[in-house]
Design a protein around this ligand. Structure first.
Ligand code: GDP
Ligand code: MG
Length: 445
């Protein structure tokens, strides 16, 4: 898609607005990418509709093209769908309240038992010890498997053999953990080939018996389209708090992640990336987003999106300058933007015709950021809005005195700020004059 992004989306280059007409092609691309990634159709439809609604009528910011603007809308929507950047962590109970209980649920063969072992190891590395509890009481092999994994990750396993009541095993396991001061109880459960009422009943009873803190739905990343229905069924019956997406080491695109998230609104908390016990990672939404859209790198996408935001801000600022309402409030905002944008130099490049500032002036401006901010913050709103009253007028002297005292700065600092502000404003007004053809009105200095 990256290539398509550059070619098909390039047709958007000269557009001023995003419209139903000009985003049609790109949206088709995204739709296809999502379907190829096995995102379920209703989820795709909703996603595309959201993008459509957000994109249409969006004015394209100067300095970026319409393709980039649409990219921002897509990136934002993806981030939102993925639960915001940063991933989610487990909800741990206050240790004085007893062990945190994590219940693993899911169909057969998706990787529940494996994930239990992985999670125990993952938590051990964070200094938390666990008790694994075997409630898959239908197959002796299932209990053996959990015991074997427990040995591997040096974590005790609690079981009561087969043909016992799963919620009861879970409850006794929790009691044992509580008595031994173990931090976390991880409950492995039985799966079925399909969603079935008995399984759901059993899970619900186990959840109630242990007052489970986390109910993680374990989903095979290769599940594809059915992930949506599966998630809905488990969430309705048991109420999940998150998901673990396993087998992400395969060549699946992982569209299931999007479906799980969209259907349940719950975060994907971990991904399984192999059979080894170490192969568990926290969920990285941006990586997932790249993978699903088949874009090489959504990080770049997001960076581009941020560029759009910067340009939007710069544009607003320029509008203010052009309408000659630039005051100390804008000045302080501008200084903050400079800080974010690699200093004065980077910022000035965004303002057409503003490269006329000398190197020294720029350095000075960067350095004065802190001083300036403190001074401006101790100005009254009237002084910020009408800086000239600090230079001329009956009250100028007392105003200046009050400001420097409030800011803990010297008279010299304030004079420098006023000079700097003045010279910036003069330059800006010169630019205004050049652009509008009006005569430059000289302000302070
Ligand atoms: P359960 O029935 O849900 O308990 O599933 P298991 O934990 O027994 O796993 C079923 C199979 O999937 C086993 O062969 C695991 O080794 C394998 N498996 C589990 N997680 C992953 C993973 O993240 N990547 C890969 N490649 N295989 C996995
Ligand atoms: Mg199992």
């Amino acid at each position: 898609l990256t290539e398509r992004l550059n070619s098909v989306w390039a047709t958007l280059k000269d557009e001023d607005d995003l419209s139903l007409e000009n985003i049609k092609g790109p949206l088709k691309d995204i739709r296809r990418a999502l379907l190829e990634a096995d995102v379920s159709l209703p989820v795709v439809r909703r996603f595309i509709k959201n993008i459509e609604q957000k994109a249409i009528g969006t004015r394209v910011t100067k300095g970026v093209n319409a393709g980039q603007q649409l990219t921002k809308v897509v990136a934002d929507e993806l981030c939102e769908l993925m639960g915001g950047f940063g991933g989610d962590s487990l909800a741990f109970k206050d240790p004085s309240m007893g062990p945190t209980v994590i219940l693993m649920a899911g169909l057969q063969g998706v990787g529940k038992t494996t994930a239990c072992g992985k999670l125990a190891l993952y938590l051990k590395k964070q200094g938390k010890d666990s008790l694994l509890v075997a409630t898959d009481v239908y197959r002796p092999a299932a209990i053996e498997q959990l015991k074997r994994l427990g040995e591997q990750v040096k974590t005790p396993v609690f079981d009561m053999g087969v043909r016992v009541d799963p919620p009861e095993v879970a409850r006794l396991g929790l009691e044992k953990a509580r008595a031994e001061g173990i931090d976390v109880v991880i409950i492995d459960t039985a799966g079925r080939l399909q969603v079935d009422v008995h399984l759901m009943e059993e899970l619900r009873a186990t959840k109630i018996a242990t007052a489970a803190d986390e109910i993680l739905l374990v989903v095979d990343a290769m599940t594809g389209q059915e992930a949506a229905a599966l998630t809905a069924a488990f969430d309705e019956a048991v109420g999940i708090t998150g998901a673990v997406l396993t087998k992400m080491d395969g060549d699946t695109r992982g569209g299931a992640a999007l479906s799980v998230r969209e259907v349940s609104g719950k975060p994907i908390k971990f991904t399984g990336v192999g059979e080894k016990m170490e192969a568990l990672e926290p969920f990285y939404p941006e990586r997932m987003a790249s993978r699903i859209l088949g874009m090489g790198d959504v990080v770049t996408l997001v960076e581009r999106a941020q560029q759009v935001v910067k340009n939007e801000e710069a544009e607003q600022m320029r509008d203010k300058i052009l309408s000659a309402t630039f005051d100390f409030n804008d000045f302080i905002k501008q200084m903050e933007m400079m800080g974010q944008m690699g200093g004065m130099d980077g910022f000035m490049k965004l303002l057409p015709g503003m490269s006329g500032m000398s190197e020294r002036e720029m350095q000075e401006a960067d350095k004065s950021l802190k001083v300036a901010k403190s001074l401006i913050l101790s100005m009254t709103s009237k002084e910020r809005q009408f800086p000239d009253i600090l230079v001329a007028g009956a009250s100028a002297k007392s105003r200046r005195k009050r400001i420097i005292e409030g800011a803990g700065r010297s008279e010299k600092d304030l004079s420098q700020l006023i000079v700097l502000f003045g010279s910036m404003r003069v330059k800006m007004q010169k630019m205004t004059a050049e652009i509008t053809g009006a005569s430059a009105e000289v302000g302070l200095t």
